[in-house]
Write a protein that binds this ligand. Sequence first.
Ligand code: DLZ
Length: 151
Amino acid sequence: MSGAGAPTLAVDGTGLRVVVVAASWHERVMDGLLEGARRALRESGAQWTEVRVPGSFELPVAAARAAAGGADAVVALGVVIRGGTPHFDYVCSAATTGLTDVSVRTGVPVGFGVLTCDDEAQALDRAGLEGSSEDKGAEAAEAAVGTVVAL
Ligand code: DLZ
């Protein structure tokens, strides 16, 4: 985890089945988020599968399917970049509210790895790529597994 006050999570995900649901917009940033999540899950010992959906708006329904299918945890990854219309706000709101709803309603932890950024530079800085200052894909995976273990 990174940022002021962030915890250090060492999580043992041995025996857990995790589903990574990932949007497809902003390919380079998504590649970084996915690699970070994969690394964190590998290090935790969890097993995982990956589902790609078109955009971040579609993440909640994919997360709901994963939860209904018996996943122990879901990691949701996406990148939404502000444009010139209110579309950004609607997609961010739908993804955030929808993923929260899935998690609370099903009791299956959902790691929130959806970047909501003003521009691509902000997203790249959080994508866990070479030169990035943060690795939000790994953080979302650690949070999802860590919550399963905590509960
Ligand atoms: C339409 C749209 C736009 C403008 N921007 C993004 C974005 O930055 N990131 C993202 O993940 N998805 C975006 N989308 C697509 C929507 O999430 C959704 O896939 C479409 O509205 C179709 O339902």
